[in-house]
Design a protein around this ligand. Sequence first.
Ligand SMILES: *Cc1c(COP(=O)(O)O)cnc(C)c1O
Length: 373
Amino acid sequence: MSCPRIEVDLSKIRRNTRTLVKRLGPRGIGVTGVTKAVCGHPAIAQAMLDGGAAGLADARISNVQRLRAAGMTDSITLIRTPMLSQADQVVQSCETSYNTEISVISALAAAAIRKGTVHGIVLMVEMGDQRDGIRPENLAGVAQQVMQMSGVALKGIGANFACLNERAPTTSQMAALNALANEIEGACGPFLKIVSGGNSANLPWALGEHATGRVNDLRLGEAILLGVEPVSGDQIGGMHTDAFTLVAEVIETGAKPPPFPIALIDPTRERLRIVTPSGASARIILAMGHQDTDILGLSMPVGSTLIGATSDHLVIGTARPLPTVGSELKFRINYNALMHAMSAPDIEVKLLGDPPTRLSRRTQGEVGHLALV
Ligand SMILES: *Cc1c(COP(=O)(O)O)cnc(C)c1O
């Protein structure tokens, strides 16, 4: 079996999606499955749909194109405002996109007219995360401009929280989003089909005691994939946190730690913690490094400590019996480690669990082949 590899349990992703769909459904909120951390992997996206996700979303057009190439015909929304240079591709592969710039919306409208379709626009409003978004006081004006353009249709509004700043949305911020939805309808007339409340960081709010108002969609990636609430890092009750496992092969063992472990650390990578392995009397060297994943996002196996990593080597200390050269060690991973591992060229993605219900024959073939454990 090829190493390093990332093992993906599709059944757990399906069940995590279903758990969230069931909890949010009674509150009037649908789930859009976000595939960017898995680079638009078609089988993982299909597991989200099989779990009841109403649609898919990704931040990059390249990931959307990968889904389309696998035969995915479901609705896919681009949730990063499109690059002006990609307007044609966006209209080609997405029904809807999130937008903050009128010049981009005009380009999408022109592209849609050329193609003979109508492209859906969700306006992203800035509500305190200080990343992308239209300021609330400008939202009605932009919405009116969109209404007057042909080639595009205003589908809704959306907000984003806890991405650039790591604060979960407050009840009053969510009430403000609700008020904005009503205001836009008052100013523009049309019913807003989508009021998208945010990402996984909104789950404590969405599942809380209070009313959720007009919000009828959440865009969920991390919660579905890793079963955790991103701001606290806590497991969400009843969810699987082990759908992904990173596996690396041992290439050397047994060397005693030298007196100055600092010699192993790349001095330009100041963020790498240097842990003196307490009680760890021996080392294990694995064939995996910074080029493959975010090493600080790995959970060390029980009894082991991270000593350091270079581009191609991972060095850990252990107080436990040494594994043999050629054996494999398994790691749980956080969101950053997942995102990097899924885009690393040398990491094989191995699918476990029941294969997806329906995908093009090409992808089904891939699943069938890889599902043999
Ligand atoms: C990444 C992203 C999401 C999903 O975030 P998670 O924390 O993974 O749920 C939702 N919306 C936007 C705009 C994003 O960029």
